[in-house]
Write a protein that binds this ligand. Structure first.
Ligand code: GMT
Length: 376
């Protein structure tokens, strides 16, 4: 049976926005009717689909309110769309504010709408500095009809911190394998002025402090003193100024390319030899999965969901957060050993195919929808 599904996410926020949008697209390709209810057009919604609709949440600034009422405007829009379009499911990404808004919307609409909430880790990160939101997160989780989290680590962390009376199931993130595969983009390497014999190290993030981009630069300094290499820094964010200073201080200006925000990451991964994801918090690490799908082995930190994505010594290396020496050693050993690199590269692609295939993950979400609707 084809369903009418509403999806709410932060459309421009990194991984969660990407996963929510890609899921909507793939569900639409399977014949479901998809209604994005978001504050702006999801940035990956870059193609026309006859069965994808976009409902913009408008938040007005009133002089009497100190803060614009985004949550109420969203709940109102959710209720309006749910009633008018007769939605079966509202799939929201983040417990706060989205699950809480969905619960309010359901009451406003007075329909049989079912709410599925996916946790991406941000709720838990928020809780780390603002425990005053615990009750709201618990409420959002407990009142949802089904709750998923993007890794086993996040399920555990949520249970430990929130202790909600709800079974939270892991549904891993996925990539669109039609986009993320290794391509021949050798010309790019030359265009960036990277020599054939130089190894390419890549890091992609929103440059928040939790991503520890300084560690990436420090590790790269060691790699560059051992092997001819270049570092591609992709993305932008609050740490950028500090990173630029560090690159200068370490005398790496000629070896580090600041590429800013980029869309066609598959092409950049296709000229890369290794990826560094050295975060101190990461509930999944979608960027690692994207790189692995393009045959780029990753070195990641031993936190959150990263070890569920990167298998230590099989398709990459897992090291402790901030352990610059060991991370550098692991990266250099991989870059210097052609055979090992080839083995890890193929194994990365295989792991994405086996465990994170889009059709498998989309089916898991569909099963959850049918289950809450009693349509099994
Ligand atoms: O990491 C960020 O800064 C963005 C954040 C988000 O909300 O998109 O990413 C979270 O969700 C992604 C998709 O599930 C995960 O791949 C990231 O690991 C997770 N980030 C953190 O847990 C810090």
């Amino acid at each position: 049976m084809k369903l009418k599904i509403g999806i709410t996410c932060y459309p421009t926020v990194g991984g969660s926005g990407v996963v929510a949008t890609e899921l909507g697209k793939l569900l639409a390709e399977k014949g479901h009717e998809i209604h994005f209810i978001t504050s702006s057009m999801p940035f990956r919604l870059n193609k026309m689909y006859h069965n994808i609709y976009y409902h913009q949440v408008e938040v007005n600034q009133y002089s009497v309110f100190q803060y614009p009422p985004y949550d109420i405007a969203l709940a109102n829009k959710m209720a309006e769309v749910a009633k008018r379009e007769n939605l079966d499911i509202l799939h929201v990404h983040y417990a706060i504010p989205h699950a809480v808004c969905a619960i309010l919307a359901k009451q406003m609409a007075g329909t049989e709408l079912k709410i599925v909430t996916t946790l991406h880790g941000t709720d838990i990160t928020v809780l780390g500095y603002d425990p005053s939101l615990t009750e709201a997160i618990r409420f959002g989780i407990e009142k949802s009809d089904a709750v998923t989290a993007v890794s086993n680590a996040l399920v555990k962390q949520t249970n430990d911190l929130i202790g909600a009376d709800k079974n939270i199931q892991t549904v891993y993130n996925f990539i669109d394998e039609r986009v993320y595969n290794r391509k021949d983009s050798g010309h790019l390497k030359a265009e960036y002025g990277i020599d054939d014999d130089e190894k390419v190290v890549i890091h992609v993030s929103n440059f928040r402090a939790v991503k520890r981009v300084q560690d990436v630069v420090k590790v790269f300094a060691k790699i560059a003193s051992a092997l001819p290499s270049k570092l591609l820094l992709v993305g932008d964010g609050p740490e950028m100024t500090v990173i630029c200073s560090l690159v200068k201080e370490l005398g790496l200006e000629e070896k580090v390319l600041f590429l800013g925000k980029q869309d066609n990451l598959d092409e950049l991964y296709s000229i890369s030899d290794i990826k560094l994801l050295l975060s101190q918090k990461e509930s999944f690490g979608l960027v690692a999965l994207e790189a692995m799908a393009c045959g780029v082995p990753c070195v990641g930190t031993n936190i959150g969901g990263i070890p569920e994505v990167i298998s230590n010594n099989e398709n990459g290396f897992i090291c402790e957060v901030g352990d610059i020496e060991n991370i550098s050693r692991a990266a250099i050993s991989l870059l210097a050993d052609k055979e090992l690199h080839q083995k890890f590269s193929l194994s990365s692609i295989k792991s994405v195919e086996n465990d994170f295939r889009s059709d498998k993950i989309v089916q898991q979400y569909e099963n959850i929808y049918y289950e809450v609707l009693n349509l099994e």
